[in-house]
Design a protein around this ligand. Structure first.
Ligand SMILES: [Zn+2]
Length: 475
């Protein structure tokens, strides 16, 4: 059935204009003024923005961590994402040392295929890079279309890879056209500081932040950038929280390196004092890297605006306060790291960014959707409104005033990290490949309707959307 979105203001990373969008068979087939209905279902977007669906490059759904599993799986997580204006997520497939990569990928397919309500792809975690892994990696990249590899520089004795592994991963990525993603914190020093704090009886949530100072994020970011330079490879730094790290990325980019950075909504609007909340409530705000002193927020906004940072990921990794965050009562190092953010990523960036004059409307689209699609080999199938692109569309009412709360959110978790936060704007309807997932603020999608996305290699030549092909590109 053909659909026609009429009377909205269409906004892409490049343009803002009034027009109609015609959709057929899940694809945008025509954009223009006063398009003929021709029997199409008319969707009135008067007073609303028509945005490309958000691309969230960083989620952890149905992920085991520290003896527990995230509260949101691929069903609840992608439903919440859709309510929030996101139509594509790229989730992290965890691997285990000594086990075939394909086995890990299969596990993630099983977690997602009958549950996701929007399209999704995977990044692959690299925990070791021996000859066996090196032999299997090219097949995974080719067959699965997984063109981004994640290396942890923190979480000693759990997820952390050594510098040699990072170096070899960068080399392999250069060879195979993949993008290396790093969690940049100095895990060895953090491990020492955590042990010391606990030995001194400092067990409250705030010590999570105090044992992971910003210098250790800046140091690891700089180290990863140097290894990228040495291997002539490409690097994407996930969840940048602070000036120290943002400036390292800016420095690398000034040198002409292919180094990119992502921040997250929590680092833009929350600060370290949240970890001092009484009655163990600070545990709700335990992320790694941690929330920082407030002045860093201004640096992050400026870095988004000037292009030093290109994307915003939710780093969705939800744990209930009751029974999960509480695992860290009396020992901050046992608090599961992460929070529920997948639903509010889009509106927080709009409300705090566009409405407060920190970024332009087109820059908003670039950060929330287009840049991630380009960096992760999905553009122009995803990330824009163009003829030939998937009809992943958000009809967004900028006039709505609302308060974020666990009472009204759709994530499967017992608190909202942004509880009481006043925002402007709300996604009214959300389409995934031309089908409504959210219609007039109600979920009308179907678990299992989301498709797995095989992504193009980093830097692959762009293909015109008229050919309806997926392509990669360089931001
Ligand atoms: Zn993460």
């Amino acid at each position: 059935m053909k659909k026609l979105i009429k009377n909205g203001t269409i906004v892409t990373a490049a343009d803002t204009f009034t027009g109609d969008v015609a959709i057929e068979n899940g694809i945008i087939t025509e954009i223009g003024l006063n398009l003929k209905a021709d029997g199409a279902e008319i969707i009135d977007a008067s007073g609303c923005y028509v945005f490309p669906g958000g691309v969230d490059p960083h989620t952890h759904l149905d992920m085991p961590f520290g003896g527990t599993v995230t509260a949101d799986d691929f069903e609840t997580g992608t439903i919440a994402a859709a309510y929030g204006g996101t139509t594509t997520v790229i989730d992290f497939c965890l691997t285990s040392k000594g086990l075939p990569l394909q086995q890990a990928v299969n596990t993630w397919h099983e977690k997602s295929q009958d549950k996701a309500v929007i399209d999704y792809g995977f990044h692959l975690m690299v925990s070791e890079l021996n000859d066996t892994v090196l032999a299997e990696l090219p097949q995974i990249i080719e067959n699965e279309g997984i063109t981004s590899l994640k290396v942890f520089m923190a979480y000693k004795n759990v997820l952390q890879a050594d510098d040699g592994t990072l170096f070899k991963t960068l080399q392999a990525a250069k060879q195979e056209g993949a993008l290396v993603m790093v969690h940049a914190e100095n895990g060895d020093v953090i491990d020492y500081l955590v042990t010391k704090a606990l030995a001194e009886g400092n067990t409250d949530p705030i010590y999570h932040a105090l044992t992971r100072p910003a210098e250790l994020e800046g140091e690891a970011t700089g180290r990863a950038a140097y290894l990228t330079e040495l291997t002539d490879s490409q690097l994407y730094v996930v969840h940048v929280t602070c000036a120290e790290a943002a400036w390292k990325i800016e420095e690398a980019r000034k040198k002409g390196l292919r180094v990119y950075g992502e921040t997250c909504p929590q680092y833009l609007v929350l600060d370290q004092t949240a970890l001092e909340k009484p009655n163990f409530e600070g545990a709700k705000y335990v992320w790694s890297p941690p929330l920082r002193e407030q002045w860093n927020q201004d640096v992050l906004w400026k870095s988004l605006w000037n292009g030093s940072l290109q994307t915003i990921g939710s780093d969705q990794c939800s744990f209930n306060f009751k029974g999960q965050k509480e695992l860290g009562l009396g020992d901050f190092s046992k608090i599961p790291n992460g929070g529920p953010t997948i639903e509010d990523r889009f509106t927080i960036l709009y409300s705090e960014g566009v409405e407060k004059g920190r970024i332009s409307l087109n820059k908003f689209v670039d950060i929330i959707s287009t840049s991630s699609a380009k960096l992760f080999g999905l553009f122009p199938q995803k990330g824009t409104i163009a003829v030939g692109s998937d009809a992943d569309i958000v009809i967004f009412d900028p006039a709505v005033q609302r308060t974020l709360s666990a009472e009204t959110h759709h994530m499967n978790v017992d608190y909202n990290a942004f509880e009481g936060f006043e925002v402007k704007g709300e996604p009214v309807s959300v389409l995934s490949r031309g089908d409504f997932v959210i219609r007039n603020k109600q979920f009308v999608g179907k678990p299992g309707s989301g498709k797995y996305l095989r992504r193009k290699r980093f830097g692959a030549a762009p293909v015109l959307p008229a050919k309806a092909e997926v392509s990669g590109g360089v931001v």
